[in-house]
Design a protein around this ligand. Structure first.
Ligand code: ZN
Length: 343
């Protein structure tokens, strides 16, 4: 049985408008609208055409419905029309990635979520409480992805082709999901992961209205900064009026970008405005605004590696693709850079 919602999902995931799909498939936009609204089903010939145009097997368009991830479920900045279409493409992929995690959970027991909701607290207080609850003390977080996975967060990779759509997170049936842009430097991915954790802790109860995204983004950044570089520990490291070299040593210790480290020192009044600006200029001259010279290797997933490469039970990308009616290449996108290139 043809499923209208599957047609829409398959189209959105490619970032196609109805007009674009009409061009590619040779089916008129009006007819496509009829199909997507469930007014009538396509003939079997047309169904084959649509499946081809969307690079899915016919069986994909006949699967049961899944509840799409709504734009309001995640915190996004206000976006232009073109960016909004890319956001919708990423959200459609996220919906499919949820199905991927469902197939995993049919066979594996994944950690139970343990993310506190602290929406009444200031970001720095919330981050200290989370550190306390998770027994992290004042130490650097050795691996953000492993930590999140151990606390029940499902971490996946988002479509790397869209660099104007950033990392995002949402809850589905009580389970938190974080999608990371795995094309960034290791330091920036860690900061994104901590930023998304901030949203989960501070904003899970909120309606994610784009018009209030500025405050939410600032709060999530403050949470991330404080979570990765806790106040008391940084203050005990003799960082007052730190030189660029000293900043670079500290960023390696905390595994954050040199810019994030500098920003934190300024925030904690360990650098004056003048010192802050001067360190930023030197770092920028040395290429630290766009990249992270001498930086860390990006983090990878422990959970997905076990699930997809385990010695005994495992689900390969090819197997998962088979049960989702997708191509293995498409499934590999959900875990891109988080696991080794897989069979
Ligand atoms: Zn955010």
């Amino acid at each position: 049985m043809f499923n209208p919602s599957r047609l829409r999902l398959a189209r959105l995931r490619l970032g196609y408008t109805l007009t674009k799909l009409a061009e590619v498939s040779g089916v008129s936009p009006r007819t496509l609208t009829d199909y997507e609204n469930g007014h009538r089903p396509p003939t079997s010939d047309t169904l084959v055409k649509l499946a081809d145009a969307l690079s899915v097997p016919v069986a994909f368009l006949e699967r049961e419905s899944i509840e799409p991830v709504a734009a309001g479920a995640a915190s996004f900045r206000k976006l232009s029309k073109a960016s909004a279409r890319r956001r919708d493409a990423v959200l459609a992929k996220a919906s499919l990635a949820l199905e991927f995690f469902e197939t995993i959970e049919d066979r594996f027991r994944l950690p139970t979520p343990d993310i506190p909701t602290l929406d009444k607290l200031a970001p720095d207080q919330a981050s200290e409480l989370v550190r306390h609850r998770w027994n992290l003390g004042d130490r650097p977080i050795s691996n953000m992805v492993h930590l999140l996975e151990a606390k029940g967060v499902r971490v996946a990779s988002l479509n790397h082709a869209y660099d104007d759509v950033d990392a995002f997170c949402f809850y589905r049936d009580g389970v938190p999901y974080i999608f990371l842009n795995t094309d960034k430097t290791g330091e920036r991915q860690r900061f994104d992961a901590a930023h998304e954790l901030g949203h989960l802790v501070l904003h899970s109860e909120l309606e994610m209205d784009p018009s209030t995204s500025k405050e939410r983004e600032a709060e999530a950044n403050a949470f991330a900064s404080s979570f990765l570089m806790p106040k008391t520990a940084v203050e005990s490291q003799q960082m007052r009026a730190a030189s660029v070299e000293r900043v670079l040593v500290a960023r390696s210790y905390w595994k954050v970008s040199a810019m994030a480290m500098t920003h934190r020192l300024h925030e904690l009044d360990l650098l004056t405005d003048w010192q802050y600006r001067s360190v930023c200029i030197t770092l920028s001259d040395r290429g630290f605004r766009r990249a992270e010279p001498g930086g860390i290797v990006p983090e990878t997933s422990q959970l997905l590696r076990k699930v997809m490469f385990g010695a005994r039970a495992r689900i390969t990308a090819t197997e998962a693709a088979g049960s989702l009616n997708l191509s293995p290449a498409e499934v590999r996108e959900y875990v891109r850079h988080l696991v080794p290139v897989s069979a």
